[in-house]
Design a protein around this ligand. Structure first.
Ligand SMILES: O=P(O)(O)OC[C@H]1O[C@H](O[C@H]2O[C@H](CO)[C@@H](O)[C@H](O)[C@H]2O)[C@H](O)[C@@H](O)[C@@H]1O
Length: 384
């Protein structure tokens, strides 16, 4: 893939730093010098906080990561059924099933342009022990393929962009890898243009961190060798340390190992996912910003009639859910079998339900197009 310029139309937009050749890192250097405040849900962010936590409060912090990883583990939630039952019913009132609310969702989107944002792991593919084998089923791929014919559709993932593409294998989608720090979006000003048509833009706001992430990745691989089951994944602009196959008794030790590497990299921060610690640059960029960037580059920056739908299962998806809440446009759907603190409006329990929901959306568009064709009504085929 060649390096390209990114041009975003609104000069006052939050994406001014995108108006530059990707290879020019001067603006990014400024951003990196002054780490921004932590977005909601992050474990730590600023250099000061990192140093403070490592020097003064490191032990407590590590324990809190490990505790929260344990607490969010389904085996632990199942171990307290009475709490789970009670929480589940009141939580479902606040975050009803997107399948049960399908007609309400369709009504809310009427006359608006739906834009779909899909997380990968735990949303399109079931969670499995080996991250290299988190395949998407053929029926899910077919459903997403059809979905992309109906609406602009993007994958927004913590994974390396090339890796997620090797799983999804659909050229007609837009891809935001490394938690949105590696975006292959639509060509500038290409409203409604398919990703497969023309040159898409490449946006990599953390490009200057590449050598640092590589270095940290190698150190993490080395230091975690002594922990059976630990796995380190290079996600290009971030790295993931997997705890899933590590004996829980060893989790604190593994977290300590990660911390010991991090102490030399104040420009990196840690976030937490599903049995994973993720190491990423301290730039103010996340899946929420990626969603906004994609909406803007699709030509929907100031549109009131756009209806973005973001589906995800992880803490990192909360940044995108929150953006949608704040914009008052569209909504988020959290994929979870258990109650979780979330800014999403609706819920689905597992990838199989995500497929059903997407399939129903596709079926509704197809039905609407047929009935409009029969009636001779002219309207954008992407609108329900
Ligand atoms: O943003 P996502 O698409 O959800 O990616 C987040 C991380 O997902 C992957 O890890 C998770 O899925 C694995 C496979 O099912 C599982 O083994 C692991 O425990 C989960 O945390 C991926 O491997 C990470 O690199 C992503 O950052």
């Amino acid at each position: 893939m060649t390096k390209q310029n990114v041009l975003v139309s609104d000069p006052k937009s939050a994406f001014n730093m995108a108006i530059m050749p990707i290879s020019n890192s001067s603006v990014l250097t400024r951003a990196a010098q002054k780490p921004p405040a932590a977005p909601a849900g992050y474990i730590s962010i600023s250099r000061k906080t990192l140093l403070k936590n490592h020097e003064i409060n490191g032990e407590a912090r590590i324990n809190s990561w490990v505790d929260s990883m344990r607490a969010s583990s389904p085996t632990h939630i199942k171990a307290t059924p009475s709490l789970a039952d009670h929480d589940q019913s009141s939580w479902m009132v606040r975050h009803p099933s997107a399948l049960d609310m399908f007609e309400e969702i369709i009504d809310a989107s009427k006359g608006k342009q739906i834009v779909m944002f899909l997380d990968y792991d735990g949303t399109l593919s079931p969670i499995v022990d080996d991250p290299d084998r988190a395949y998407m089923s053929k029926p899910m791929r077919e459903t997403v393929r059809k979905l992309a014919k109906c609406f602009p559709t993007a994958i927004v993932t913590g994974r390396c962009r090339d890796k997620v593409y090797s799983f999804v294998k659909l050229a007609e989608l837009y891809y935001a890898g490394s938690h949105g720090m590696d975006i292959k979006g639509p060509a500038t000003g290409s409203k409604y243009k398919k990703a497969s048509e023309g040159n898409g833009v490449l946006f990599q706001p953390a490009s200057e961190f590449l050598p640092m992430i590589d270095e940290v990745f190698k150190q993490l691989v080395e230091i975690t060798k002594s922990t059976p089951g630990a796995k380190v994944e290079n996600n290009k602009f971030c790295a993931s340390v997997h705890f899933r196959c590590v004996d829980e008794k060893k989790w604190s030790e593994l977290a300590q190992q990660v911390k010991s590497v991090m102490k030399d990299y104040p420009k990196l921060r840690l976030t937490q996912g599903r049995k994973v610690l993720e190491i990423r640059p301290t730039i103010k960029w996340d899946k929420g910003k990626a969603l906004e960037f994609l909406l803007e580059s699709l030509g929907f920056a100031n549109c009131t009639d756009v209806f973005p739908v973001y589906i995800g299962d992880d803490r990192t998806d909360e940044d995108a859910f929150k953006i949608l809440r704040d914009r008052g446009q569209g909504f988020g759907i959290l994929v979870s079998k258990f109650p979780k603190e979330t800014s999403a409006s609706y819920s689905l329990q597992e990838p199989a339900q995500v497929k059903d929901f997407l399939g129903r959306l596709v079926a509704r568009v197809e039905k609407t197009v047929i009935s409009r064709t029969v009636q001779g009504v002219k309207r954008s085929k992407n609108q329900i």
